[in-house]
Design a protein around this ligand. Structure first.
Ligand code: PEP
Ligand code: MG
Length: 329
């Protein structure tokens, strides 16, 4: 298989019926970067900036943040990189940063964009580091755990302030700034069109979205094994997001673990996703699946399942049967 993956690496990422798919990789540290070349990823769809904070003994200084972001972009060359702003709190704790209060439900608590908007100095330092590191380039930033559109507006205001500040002091700025939001909180599902208009792109964080849609703690295997990520209700949610993106001409991607498993990646393509981001080791297997996938036919069969009214249908089995019939391995 490794040989097949290596051979596929330099071939375009297209399905059997020639639909092009953007296959990106997730990363978070400098050691991940060689994978960009080795995996043949189109870019970095999710750069988890909190990892630098998690492996440090104290808050990384502004210079260290800027240096990392610069190195990441230098290594990526022409390939796009999407930096997620700090996603700390919840399951991602920093030993040197105590909230000063106890949270009974950290997953629903003071985390990600909620925390950074409450600590604007932290957010602005990171944004400034990103802006300085990406002089002359396109800077793609995305906000984690957005719940309401006002958070995007608030973040944008802080970003604009940094842009003004830097340009006043004669710094080179990115040639373009793109701001995206992660779809991880179900409340966004009822403001999809407004969300799509408020940002330049959207990325589905299916790990958290599944946790919140199904009310299933993502780290509790006692219950999580009970629920299938390919359950029809959840697939309807994912389809709703892809459709809203198409309707509003806003690029939509998905960067949760679902993207990296060939069977679920197949489903994502069937639902209309044309860009996904996964761990680098998954790119080969997903590309291998794609080369044998007649996406048009598969989408139609999935559409029938999703609208059949039998919401308990075993989609996973259906997809595996389809894969077997079509020689997809
Ligand atoms: C997600 O929630 O799907 C995601 C990509 O973010 P993380 O796994 O870092 O929470
Ligand atoms: Mg998440």
């Amino acid at each position: 298989r490794q040989e097949l993956y290596r051979e596929l690496r330099d071939r375009p990422a297209v399905t059997k019926d020639n639909v092009a798919i953007d296959l990106n990789m997730n990363a978070g540290l400098l050691v991940d970067l060689p994978q960009l070349e080795d995996s043949g990823a189109a870019g970095i769809g999710l750069f988890r900036t909190e990892l630098q904070f998690m492996v440090a003994a104290a808050f990384p200084r502004a210079e260290a943040q800027e240096a990392l972001y610069y190195d990441v972009m230098a290594a990526a060359g022409e390939k796009p990189v999407t930096f997620r702003t700090l996603d700390i709190g919840g399951d991602k704790v920093l030993p040197y940063f105590k909230a000063g209060f106890v949270e009974e439900n950290p997953a629903l608590g003071w985390r990600a964009i909620r925390l950074t908007l409450d600590r604007p100095a932290l957010f602005r330092t990171q944004v400034r580091a990103l802006l300085k590191a990406s002089r002359g380039r396109v800077l793609r930033m995305m906000l984690p755990m957005v719940t309401q559109l006002s958070e995007i507006a608030e973040a944008r205001e802080l970003i604009d302030k940094e842009v003004r500040h830097l340009s006043r002091f004669g710094h080179d700025l990115p040639k373009q700034l793109k701001l995206g939001a992660m779809v991880e909180v179900p409340a966004l599902l009822w403001q999809m069109d407004e969300l799509m208009k408020a940002v330049d792109f959207v990325s589905v964080g299916s790990n958290d979205l599944f946790q919140f849609v199904m009310a299933v703690d993502r780290s509790n295997t006692q219950i999580s094994n009970r629920f299938d990520t390919l359950a029809i209700p959840f697939l309807r949610v994912l389809k709703q997001i892809a459709d809203a993106g198409h309707r509003n001409n806003t690029p939509v991607t998905l960067c949760g673990e679902l993207a990296g498993r060939p069977i679920s990646a197949m489903v994502l393509l069937g639902l209309g996703y044309r860009s996904i981001s996964m761990s680098p080791a998954s790119i080969g297997p997903v590309k291998a699946m794609m080369k044998d996938l007649p996406l048009g036919d598969f989408s139609k069969s999935l559409e029938v399942l999703l609208s059949s009214g039998d919401v308990g249908r075993d989609v996973r089995q259906h997809v595996m049967d389809f894969a077997e019939t079509h020689g997809i391995t």
